[in-house]
Design a protein around this ligand. Structure first.
Ligand SMILES: Nc1ncnc2c1ncn2[C@@H]1O[C@H](COP(=O)(O)OP(=O)(O)O)[C@@H](O)[C@H]1O
Ligand SMILES: Cc1ncc(COP(=O)(O)O)c(C=O)c1O
Ligand SMILES: [Mg+2]
Length: 290
């Protein structure tokens, strides 16, 4: 029987609704991965509501929890680490030390970093020290980086002029060390207004994917977290990077269709669960080059 992969997911938890681990854990489990959720913050709700209660996890808790798993002899079973929203740069450094600890026991373990930097227009703010940490330290260690366009702009220090410019920017990020860069959400001059586009860049090539842009009265939150989680889960389950990319786009689209049909602000993950595992519409990526 094929072994079920294990994934340590280090990101935020919200009590109500879906962001961070609260968006990614259930879908990753539903597609067949054992998830070890380690919550960097526990907030009442995601920050786009403009108010929330709760606390950031003390950074030293991260290595302590990782050591606790090592102490029961299970750390070597960890196949991958995923990190998302960070409460502080110190938390980020604690995650990198956890990644180093896991890779020392299991050199095949993968690290996916979703460099959550926030959207000024969405009101999601992360401290400047977190952005600096992601640029200067995390990119050098991560196997996969999954920025959205704003995060890619921040890595590059500029906005793109075209799709090919986005590709050049993603390639520059790839050159900092990751095996793959997944741009979860492209935005560039000339992009078709009714399309939602993504990019996958690896050492082997680059692929572009287009799916319909759905209309929402308020943009749903947690889509990026769902995207990076499903991508890593499918890679662990044995998909090629391109197959994982296509599956992820299709499954996330199904969740957004269900969310739109329910006129819900929060992602309808429970209602969409069967559509996540078996997306009805399959989007195909197209190879592109500079
Ligand atoms: N097909 C779609 N139609 C409309 N909006 C979408 C679609 N897919 C994603 N979005 C929205 O686009 C925004 C950007 O998503 P993205 O950059 O991938 O992640 P993040 O959630 O990290 O911001 C999000 O607000 C998300 O809700
Ligand atoms: C607590 C928390 N975690 C994570 C996120 C990231 O969500 P997204 O996937 O939309 O980038 C947000 C966004 O507001 C948040 O408030
Ligand atoms: Mg995000």
């Amino acid at each position: 029987m094929k072994r079920t992969p294990h994934l340590l997911a280090i990101q935020s938890h919200v009590v109500f609704g879906h962001a961070g681990n609260s968006a990614a854990v259930f879908p990753m489990q539903r597609v067949g991965v054992n998830v070890w959720p380690l919550n960097t913050v526990q907030f009442s709700n995601h920050t786009q509501y403009g108010q929330w209660a709760g606390e950031v996890l003390a950074p030293q808790q991260i290595p302590e929890l990782v050591e606790g798993i090592a102490a029961i002899g299970e750390l070597g079973n960890c196949d991958a680490v995923l990190s998302g929203y960070l409460g502080s740069a110190a938390q980020g450094r604690a995650i990198l030390s956890g990644v180093a600890r896991i890779k020392a026991i299991n050199p095949n373990a993968l690290y996916l970093c979703d460099p959550v930097m926030g959207h000024a227009e969405k009101g999601c703010i992360v401290p400047a020290e977190v952005s600096d940490f992601l640029l200067d330290e995390a990119a050098a260690v991560a196997d996969f980086m999954c920025p959205n366009q704003l995060e890619l702009d921040s890595f590059s220090g500029r906005k793109p002029l075209s799709l090919f410019d986005c590709l050049a920017m993603a390639r520059a990020l790839l050159a900092r060390g990751p095996k793959a860069v997944l741009v979860k959400h492209l935005d560039y001059p000339g992009k078709l207004p009714d399309s939602f586009e993504m990019l996958l860049v690896t050492a082997e090539g680059s692929w572009h994917l287009r799916r319909p842009l759905l209309a929402f009265p308020r943009q749903p939150v947690g889509v990026g977290d769902l995207t990076s989680g499903l991508f890593l889960a499918r890679v662990l389950l044995g998909d090629s990077l391109v197959a994982a990319f296509e599956f992820t786009a299709s499954a996330v689209h199904e969740v957004l269709l269900e969310t739109q049909a329910c006129a819900s602000y929060e992602l309808e993950l429970v209602r969409a669960q069967d559509r996540i595992t078996h997306p009805r519409v399959k989007f195909e990526a197209t190879a592109i080059s500079l």
